[in-house]
Design a protein around this ligand. Sequence first.
Ligand SMILES: Cc1ncc(COP(=O)(O)O)c(C=O)c1O
Length: 451
Amino acid sequence: MTALGTEQTHPSGVDQERRLTTPIPGPRSMALMERKVAAVAAGVGTTMPVFAVRAAGGIVVDVDGNHLIDLGSGIAVTTVGNSAPRVVEAVQRQAEQFTHTCFMVTPYEGYVAVAEALNRLTPGAHDKRTALFNSGAEAVENAVKIARAHTGRHAVVVFDHAYHGRTNLTMAMTAKNMPYKHGFGPFSPEVYRAPLSYPFRDGDLDGPTAARRAIDVMEKQVGAANLAAVVIEPIQGEGGFIEPAVGFLPALAEWCRANGVVFVADEIQTGFARTGDLFACDREGVVPDLIVTAKGIAGGLPLSAVTGRAEMMDAAHAGGLGGTYGGNPIACAAALAAIETIEQDHLVRRAREIEALMTERLRHLQSDDPRIGDIRGRGAMIAVELVEAGTREPDPALARAVAAAAHQQGVIVLTCGTYGNVLRFLPPLSIGDDLLDEGFDVLADALAAAR
Ligand SMILES: Cc1ncc(COP(=O)(O)O)c(C=O)c1O
């Protein structure tokens, strides 16, 4: 088993300790940043101005030799750890055999095996089928295509604070204008937005009542008979790690079932052990008709999937789904190795241990810091919402300042949220407790310094 406790080395040889050899960014990163600015489109931003050369366990090493604590996992992707041993071995073996044939031309077993694994692991014991794609957004688009083909209806309902991607349809589905949508319209039609359950900002609205509020919008503004799909992240990612109140998701799923609407769970960020369950829907026993996965599925290789009820998945005509690279053989080999790692190394349990450590540290900080308005999330997907002390007024400047101070001290931390005031923690599940603790020491100092 890889480093889970206090080991200071890692099988990869990457020392598991924070080590700053230069200011952040160092001279080599600064030189590369100059080349980036001259060569890469300005719209492709970076969170930190450092360039990576290696990563393993809970550490990312930059070109200047700085060892950074990774509390981001490349936005929830390297759940099994960076260059996880089984993934590396599977990728090497597959690359030597063949790199591409196109599954739609001459298929290969790896694709089928990934489909079988997803059909086995995703919620629900019903007959399932899977189709593979490259990115999360592409899979979300395909889930909508499948729902439309199955129902013969057009409308799609999404939620406040949602994030589903940056393609044209998924920009329409994403809530936040800046930076995701601004100036990029017009957007795809027939996308409607319903209110979410957001316990920190909803007062005492309970889950079923919040669901009723959303259902009213669907019934009055869209009409169930026009509605192909309801698409929802069981815990919102970019929107601020918003976890709906208990009972919200089951009530929505139930309404969808009663009205012939396809209930789609976007588990791109929450899937594959991240939230302390294999899938976030498992916690309340919600069984989505279609589930969309990506990110943690393949240890860092680009792969995404739509998995769901056989009769829905089979509604699209032959040739209607697919793409040149979807289910690339190397990505499939990586996915099988990542899934084996999750199962063999008990990473669902590890995510819950990480949750306990992170929330304990954060609750301690919150006990004498009224700027920490809310601590939420599950597993290794935890966030704090920062507010002006003692109020619910978002404080994005504080989130920016704390993240920047943590970056300076060699800790990779991401922000998110509609109001930009959320710090989110998404460590790889291969991180050791010592590194996690140290990361939160740095964070505590950064919060104190920003008082
Ligand atoms: C919930 C959710 N849906 C969709 C996407 C889009 O995935 P991708 O960036 O792979 O297109 C993301 C990415 O952050 C996500 O978190």
